[in-house]
Design a protein around this ligand. Structure first.
Ligand code: URA
Length: 295
C-alpha cells in the first residue's frame, strides 16, 4: 500500500492551531477531558468504590492528621513530588470536603509565609500540581501594604515560578509605575498557585481546595489595601456575586486578622490588553488605591 507523504505544511498548521488554543505541552497519546474525569471520580467515590485510575490524574492527599492547633506540618526533607509523578499508586481518593478540610488545617498551621510555601510544596490535594511545572507562590515584599490577588498563573508564570510576569504582568507593572509604585514594594499572589492546563479556568473544586492557602497568605501579609485583579478572585475571597463591571472601583471590607482590610476589585490586566478602552476606569481605580495608601 502506498503511503501518503507527510505534508509538513499541514503538520505546521496543526501545531499552530494547538499552540493558539493554549496547548503547550505533551501529556499523553489520548486526549483527556479534565472536567469529565473529575466528575467521574466524584461519582465513583459516591458509589463508595476505590478509584484505581487513571493514576496520572487521581487526586492524592498527603495531609497529616493533626488537631487544628498542632504545630505546622514539617516540610519534607526534599520537595514532595505528587505520588503519581513518583510512579506510585495514588494512596486514596478523598472527597473534596475532606481535602478542603485538610487544606484548611494545613494552611492554618503555617505561622510564616515561608512555612506556608513549604506546606503548599508538600500538599498533594490539588490535581493542578500534577500538570504544572512549578508552584507559583508569590512575588514582591512580604510586608507590603498593598497586595494584589489574581486568579491563577499562566504559562509564563508557570515557567518562571512567579505571578504576573507575562504580558498582563508587564501591564500591571506599568500601571503601578503610573501611580509612582514598583512591584517590589507590593505583594502579588493568586487564588490558585498552580497553572491550570492550557490556561483553562480553575474548577470550583480546585478553587475551594486552594482557597484556605490564599486566605492564610493574606492573613500573614496583613496588607492595608487588597486589590482583586478580575472578578474571579473577588468572588472567591469576598463571596460577592456581581460581575466585574458592577463591583470594580467600589471599596469593600475584607476580614483580615484583627483588622478590616480595605479591598477593591479592578479589571484584570489580561482583560485590559483585550479591551484597552477600559484602561481609563482602571486608571481611576489605581488613583483610588494610591490615595488610600496615603491615609
Ligand atoms: N493571570 C493571573 O490571574 N495570574 C497570573 O499570575 C498571571 C495571569
Amino acid at each position: 500500500m502506498q503511503q501518503n507523504p507527510i505534508d509538513m505544511s499541514h503538520l505546521e498548521a496543526l501545531l499552530d492551531f494547538y499552540s493558539s488554543a493554549g496547548v503547550d505541552c505533551f501529556m499523553g497519546d489520548k486526549p483527556l477531558d479534565w472536567y469529565e474525569l473529575t466528575n467521574k471520580q466524584a461519582e465513583q467515590f459516591r458509589q463508595k468504590k476505590t478509584v484505581a485510575g487513571p493514576p496520572s490524574v487521581a487526586p492524592t492527599l498527603v495531609a497529616p492528621e493533626r488537631p487544628r492547633d498542632a504545630r505546622p506540618a514539617q516540610p519534607p526533607a526534599s520537595p514532595a513530588a505528587p505520588a503519581a509523578t513518583r510512579g506510585e499508586q495514588p494512596s486514596a481518593v478523598l472527597p473534596d470536603a475532606q481535602i478542603i478540610a485538610a487544606a484548611r488545617d494545613i494552611a492554618a498551621s503555617a505561622t510564616s509565609l515561608e512555612e506556608l510555601r513549604a506546606c503548599l510544596e508538600a500538599f498533594d490535594g490539588c490535581n493542578l500540581k500534577l500538570t504544572a511545572k512549578t508552584l507559583v507562590f508569590a512575588d514582591g515584599h512580604p510586608e507590603a501594604r498593598l497586595m494584589f490577588v489574581g486568579e491563577a498563573p499562566g504559562r509564563d508564570e508557570d515557567l518562571q515560578g512567579k505571578p504576573f510576569v507575562g504580558r498582563s504582568g508587564q501591564l500591571l507593572d506599568r500601571m503601578l509605575d503610573a501611580i509612582g509604585m514598583e512591584r517590589s514594594s507590593t505583594y502579588i499572589a493568586n487564588v490558585v498557585p498552580w497553572r491550570p492546563p492550557g490556561n483553562r479556568t480553575p474548577t470550583p473544586q480546585e478553587t475551594e481546595i486552594c482557597k484556605p492557602f490564599i486566605k492564610r497568605q493574606i492573613e500573614l501579609v496583613n496588607p492595608d489595601v487588597l486589590v482583586f485583579l478580575g472578578a474571579a478572585s473577588a468572588k472567591t475571597l469576598l463571596g460577592v456575586q456581581e460581575g466585574i463591571r458592577k463591583m470594580r472601583g467600589r471599596w469593600m471590607a475584607y476580614p483580615g486578622s484583627g483588622k478590616e482590610i480595605a479591598a477593591i476589585a479592578t479589571y484584570h490586566p489580561a482583560y485590559l490588553l483585550r479591551s484597552p478602552l477600559e484602561k481609563r476606569l482602571s486608571w481611576r481605580d489605581f488613583l483610588a488605591i494610591s490615595q488610600s495608601l496615603k491615609k
